[in-house]
Ligand binder design. Structure first.
Ligand code: ME8
Length: 529
């Protein structure tokens, strides 16, 4: 049977600025999920890319004194470098200035036009270049100096120009019916409620073309107009699948299983995008997850405050897997989170170094020292040692783990998935203390072998499950257990009803010299952590 397709996407990032921790966060969440699904046997397509048109990019290019295309080329490259640096496993990287994308946008326009959902009129209203969004008067706050700001804090300006409109108002009931029929379409639940009330409040037709500048996709058949950047940008999710060709990748991967976005751009993905698609006679995506917002030591991250967190610097300071782990472990996915040095070091030292690293290090060193550096042979004591173990849960738990974790990952509950793994890790550490294998060396060496085998198997199972989060460190630990590289997917986890099966560690296999995978972070600032 061919593997089930799974298509997931990040937002495409504006090339007005260098990538920061927020961008890395969204792509990281997708990367972990993509790796997880691959290990679980899916045929995954994971897309990221850059959003290169629009007034915001044009203005940034102007400020930098270069033409928009050269500017986009340069900044887009920074996003690619970040992806490589963070070991993101995206299968494609789309840029909205590519011919494949422009072609898809124009085909999308033609379909919406042919369906009778586009008409020409004049637009007069407020526009925020920073958000590339139109706002109604009632959404704005008037400042003492007479200027207005959007709910996002962005300044707005009055725009008047001829414009094509999309008949969004006609889609209100169909959108509500769609949300009703697809209760998992918007997550988390609180966001779903927000979107539903927004739509129930009434939708206005949406301006979808601009005429006062020209950095955009030309509207087919009317050279005075370019696409409104959001219609252009959203279409990336299908242009990367070869649309308008509806065979091939489009047939295989659309509708997308998941669009991962920040809460700032949920409305575009959960309201405008499904309406555009339905108008064009195409299926809406299956799910949009809006995650929360990171602040830095309690403050909003912004260029003007000078507190932008550079993901490159972060990784140099703490290590790649440590940063990957922290970002998904520290806060329940969906909530806002605060980055602080002490929280980072706290997680590194307690959960990575003390819990997981120490478990692996203790068990592997004992095996190196007491079992001649080979996987110990539990013989017939395996069952006995498990039955008599004070904390039977360690190994049994590790074998059941994937079922729980899979269910949590399908809800993008990364934090809970990691908690489920840590419950087993903590349990395994208690088992080490209680079974005290170092004492058994003299008293009952066979039992010592069985206890160490149980622990090594627990580490193998837990580490296979953790690979998507910390690929390098997990690979290092699996190397130390001599697990062959083609035996590291979820189908190689041991089964619950058989403590030793064809996937389990093979007694007698020589193991390399153990090395710590998770060093402690030490500095004065972290002393209290
Ligand atoms: O909105 N915390 O691009 P963008 C968490 N081009 N996530 C953050 C963040 C923070 N402090 N800051 C940014 C755009 N993000 C459009 C998208 S998609 C068809 C077009 C993340 O460069 C978060 O995912 O402004 C947010 O939604 C995205 O970056 C915005 O990136």
């Amino acid at each position: 049977m061919p593997a089930t397709p799974y298509y997931l996407t990040t937002p495409i990032y504006y090339v007005n600025d260098a990538p920061h921790i927020g961008h890395a966060y969204t792509t990281l969440a997708c990367d972990v999920l993509a790796r997880f699904k691959r290990l679980d046997g899916y045929d995954v397509k994971f897309l990221t890319g850059t959003d290169e048109h629009g007034q915001k990019v044009e203005k940034s290019a102007e400020k930098a004194g270069v033409d928009p295309q050269s500017f986009a080329d340069k900044v887009s490259q920074n996003f690619r470098s970040l992806a490589a640096f963070m070991k993101f496993s995206n299968d494609d990287f789309i840029r909205t200035t590519e011919p494949r994308h422009i072609q898809a946008c124009q085909a999308m326009w033609t379909r919406m036009l042919d369906a009778g959902d586009i008409y020409l009129d004049n637009y007069g209203g407020w526009y925020a270049v920073r958000d590339e969004a139109f706002y109604g008067e009632d959404e704005l706050t008037k400042q003492p100096d007479g200027t207005r700001i959007a709910p996002s804090g962005a300044e707005v300006e009055w725009v008047e120009e001829p414009s094509y409109f999309f008949k969004l108002s006609a889609w209100e009931d169909k959108l509500l019916a769609f949300y009703d029929a697809n209760p998992d379409f918007i997550a988390p639940q609180s966001r779903r409620n927000e979107v539903t009330s927004f739509v129930k409040g009434g939708l206005q037709d949406l301006s979808i073309s601009r005429t006062t500048f020209n950095w955009g996709v030309p509207v087919p058949g009317d050279e005075d107009h370019i696409f409104y950047v959001w219609l252009d940008a959203l279409t990336n999710y299908i242009s990367a699948l070869g649309f308008p060709d509806e065979q091939g990748e489009y047939a295989k991967y659309w509708p997308a299983d998941l669009h991962m976005v920040g809460k700032d751009i949920l409305r575009f993905h959960a309201v405008y995008w499904p309406a555009f698609l339905m108008a064009a006679g195409l299926e809406p995506p299956k799910r949009v997850f809006a995650h929360g917002w990171w602040t830095n030591e309690g403050q909003k991250i912004s260029k003007s405050l000078g507190n932008v967190i550079d993901p490159f610097e972060l990784v140099e300071k703490y290590g790649l897997d440590q940063v990957r782990f922290f970002l998904l472990r520290e806060i329940p996915f969906g909530n806002d989170g605060d980055f602080s040095h002490s929280a980072m070091v706290g997680r590194m030292n307690s959960e990575l170094a003390n819990d997981y690293g120490n478990l692996a290090q203790r068990v592997l060193s004992m095996i190196a020292k007491n079992c001649d550096g080979r996987v110990p042979d539990p013989k017939d004591k395996l069952v006995l040692s498990v039955d008599t173990a004070p904390t039977l849960g360690a190994i049994i738990g590790s074998r059941e783990l994937i079922g729980r974790v899979r269910e949590l990952m399908d809800r993008q509950a990364f934090h809970d998935a990691l908690e489920a793994v840590w419950e087993v890790i903590r349990e395994a550490n208690r088992y080490v203390d209680q079974a005290a294998p170092w004492k058994l060396k003299k008293e009952d060496p066979e039992k010592m072998d069985a206890v160490l085998y149980v622990l090594a198997e627990t580490i193998r199972n837990v580490t296979i499950v953790l690979q998507p989060f910390m690929p390098d460190s997990c690979s290092k630990i699996l190397d130390q257990l001599s697990v062959p590289t083609d035996k590291r997917s979820f189908s190689h986890l041991s089964s619950v009803d058989n403590l030793m099966d064809e996937n389990s560690l093979v007694p007698g296999t020589p193991l390399p010299k153990p090395e710590g995978a998770f060093p402690r972070f030490q500095d004065d600032e972290a002393g209290a952590a």
